[in-house]
Design a protein around this ligand. Structure first.
Ligand code: AP5
Length: 211
């Protein structure tokens, strides 16, 4: 399985990719996680990308493509979460796949309104121990510390200003990729406003059709 999960910030790409990965064994490759890990390492690259991340801006293409590429190697089944985000990245992905002799199976676009997305991102909490994502109402962090000891914190880029900026960038640069992949007969859309498990069911059905 080689698929892309496309969608606006807060649509549930990370949530669904992690559930899909648990159920199918496919590797979950999230460029946001790669960026946050680099920031946490304190490296020069981490310091450079932190400014973009905290503002909610895209990391420049040449930097993110180099950070992303090594993660494609070695896994024969993967779910891309957060990459590509514009046409130039989509083309870079095509070239990387061609070099590796691989082919994309499909693209699943998760769809939800901006109003719903802002509510979701404001309630999002991430575990510092496991990196797992929760929502204070829709998917509360477990009370049992054996399952996830936390602490459960709000991401630095989940401020109102950064959320608005990220959604603007999504509509301008990432949303046109739906047409790009529809033209290549790779796109399936899923209603991401349903409950988390219903979205998972629809995504699994779409993956089944595409793979
Ligand atoms: P990234 O971490 O990818 O952030 P993002 O794009 O803002 O996406 P999110 O993680 O916010 O959304 P999601 O769709 O994964 O939602 P989630 O599952 O958490 O990227 C961070 C930064 O890195 C970028 O801003 C940029 O700087 C840089 N970057 C990354 N990739 C890049 C690239 N390709 N190019 C350049 N720069 C790049 O769900 C959200 C919340 O909703 C959670 O609380 C969840 O529990 C809840 N939820 C999920 N589904 C449901 C549901 N069905 N019902 C109710 N609640 C739900």
């Amino acid at each position: 399985m080689k698929i892309i999960l496309l969608g606006p910030q807060g649509a549930g790409k990370g949530t669904q990719a992690s559930r899909l990965s648990e159920r199918t064994g496919a590797k979950h490759i999230a460029t946001g996680d790669i960026v946050r890990a680099e920031i946490k390492s304190g490296s020069d690259l981490g310091k450079k990308v932190q400014e973009y991340n905290d503002r909610g801006d895209l990391v420049p293409d040449e930097i993110i493509v180099e950070m992303f590429k090594p993660h494609l190697d070695g896994a024969d089944s993967w779910i891309l979460d957060g990459f590509p985000r514009n046409e130039s990245q989509a083309k870079a992905l095509e070239e990387a796949l061609e070099e590796l002799g691989l082919e994309l199976d499909g693209v699943i676009a998760l769809e939800a309104s901006d109003q719903e997305l802002v509510e979701r991102l404001s309630g999002r909490r991430q575990s510092e121990a496991t990196g797992k994502t929760y929502h204070i109402q829709h998917d509360p962090p477990p009370e049992d510390s054996d399952r996830d000891p936390g602490p459960f914190v709000q991401r630095k880029d989940d401020t109102e200003e950064s959320i608005k900026n990220r959604l603007n960038i999504y509509h301008k640069q990432t949303e046109p990729l739906k047409d790009y992949y529809a033209e290549r007969d790779l796109l399936t859309t899923v209603d991401a406003t349903q409950a988390i498990e219903s979205v998972t069911k629809d995504v699994l059905a779409a993956v089944g059709e595409k793979v």
